[in-house]
Design a protein around this ligand. Structure first.
Ligand SMILES: NC(=O)c1ccc[n+]([C@@H]2O[C@H](COP(=O)([O-])OP(=O)(O)OC[C@H]3O[C@@H](n4cnc5c(N)ncnc54)[C@H](OP(=O)(O)O)[C@@H]3O)[C@@H](O)[C@H]2O)c1
Length: 256
């Protein structure tokens, strides 16, 4: 009997955590996607700020027997907009990962999705006002998480969540002051332990209202542990409607 090998997809494989994740799966059939990769072999060019690139990625990955998809990208940009005129952080951190997961799950309902979330969502608001740009990373990560919780209603047990702790990376250094950067370098979680949180999340049969995050103080560092995520928020109706509107606008514009 012909058995089709499972494919593992990693979005955000070029960053600190993503590189470690890709090396963990190096002996498996895996595909990496990111802006700094050219489409060839197991690499797919993907710019999450560009809807056409997002659709090309979905078309390409849906040809695979995709069993596990890591959504591990993240950005923090100040006062930047996408080519379609939407707020950049919102598109990269929330809308595009959600759109990809939604489309992939509708094509491959047995695919397991692992979302790299962040502890910063606990102190975030569903506020996308670019005037509050200092909080735009955590606010867009919160909206991302809440969008995935909505998706879970349609695809129960398909999505697992992880928080890697505070790990030295381009992203975490860009978000914090010099003093905090020094702290992260010396006392932050190791990239390996942070990555282990994602790997453990991928093996769970369901996450319910939990995520895999470091066991230590404030979940900043330590060994991976399944913890209850005490977040009572639900996606605001106004944001839900706005996302549906953006989806429709983009699909019409790009003929999807
Ligand atoms: N580091 C931490 O302390 C920490 C804490 C909590 C959660 N996280 C989460 O962990 C994940 C990985 O972050 P990291 O710390 O490893 O950061 P990182 O080293 O800066 O990596 C970020 C990744 O996101 C990708 N990315 C950024 N903009 C993109 C775009 N427009 N299109 C496609 N890919 C894009 C980058 O790829 P290219 O730039 O090559 O395109 C890179 O692979 C993120 O989801 C982040 O929110 C990190």
């Amino acid at each position: 009997m012909f058995l089709c090998m499972r494919t593992i997809g990693i979005i955000g494989s070029t960053g600190a955590i993503g590189k470690c994740l890709a090396s963990y799966f190096k002996n498996e059939n895996y595909i990496e996607a990111g802006r700094s990769l050219e489409t060839s072999g197991n690499h797919i060019y993907l710019d999450l700020s560009d809807f056409r690139s997002v659709c090309d990625f979905i078309n390409r990955i849906s040809l695979e027997n995709i069993a596990l998809l890591f959504l591990n990208s993240g950005t923090f940009e100040v006062k930047k907009y996408t080519i379609d005129g939407y707020e950049y952080n919102f598109m990269v951190n929330a809308f595009s990962p959600y759109y990809i997961a939604k489309k992939i799950l509708s094509l491959k309902p047995n695919c397991r999705i692992v979302l790299t979330s962040s502890i910063s969502i606990l102190h975030a608001k569903q506020d996308l006002d670019p005037k509050h740009w200092k909080r735009i990373y955590r606010n867009t990560k919160l909206i991302e998480y809440l969008l995935f919780k909505e998706l879970e209603k349609e695809f129960p047990n398909a999505i697992c969540y992880a928080h890697p702790g505070i790990v030295p990376s381009k992203l975490s250094f860009g978000l914090h002051s010099k003093v905090i950067r020094g702290w992260i370098k010396h006392f932050g979680n190791t990239i390996e332990s942070g990555t282990e949180c994602l790997i453990q999340a991928s093996t769970l049969s369901s996450c319910n209202s939990s995520w895999v995050s470091p066991s230590g103080f404030l979940s900043l560092r330590g060994k991976p542990k399944l913890k209850k995520l005490k977040l009572k928020k639900v996606l605001k109706e106004e944001i839900k409607q706005n996302i549906l509107k953006i989806e429709k606008e983009l699909e019409e514009k790009y003929g999807i």
